[in-house]
Design a protein. Structure first.
Length: 133
């Protein structure tokens, strides 16, 4: 793993959360994107080399909607940038981690992504991210 790529935050309203994070961080969101396969709208903020991804559910059955219903708004996941997502997935499987995806899928911000089940990572949902080249 190369670095923390971003921290994902589940929100009820991208519009309201954007305004809050603009005030908090002193900068505007640089990108809004819908990820239809995950039923979310996303908004990205960049502070130095770090990023924050806000996630709003677009479907009441989406993972983000269920997360907010169960736990409320807040930190949803931490994402790590990897050089080779397939190799990293295989390494983690061999280490005994449970992956939520058999194969990487297209995520937001031009990334291939895969998630590690929080039950195998001390309750933290971990996302692996590889830039699509």
């Amino acid at each position: 793993m190369k670095k923390i790529e971003h921290i994902g935050i589940a929100v009820k309203s991208i519009k309201d959360a954007d305004q809050l994070f603009e005030r908090l961080l002193g900068t505007s969101s640089y990108k809004l994107e819908s990820v239809d396969s995950e039923h979310v709208d996303t908004s990205f903020f960049k502070i130095g080399a770090s990023k924050i991804e806000l996630l709003e559910a677009t479907n009441p059955n989406s993972a983000i909607a269920k997360f907010i219903e169960k736990k409320g708004e807040g930190i949803h996941h931490i994402a790590f940038e990897v050089e080779d997502i397939h190799a990293e997935m295989e390494r983690l499987r061999k280490e005994g981690f449970q992956l939520l995806n058999e194969q990487p899928k297209k995520g937001a911000d031009n990334k291939l992504v895969c998630f590690v089940h929080p039950k195998s990572s001390n309750g933290v949902l971990v996302e692996l991210c590889q830039e699509i080249r």
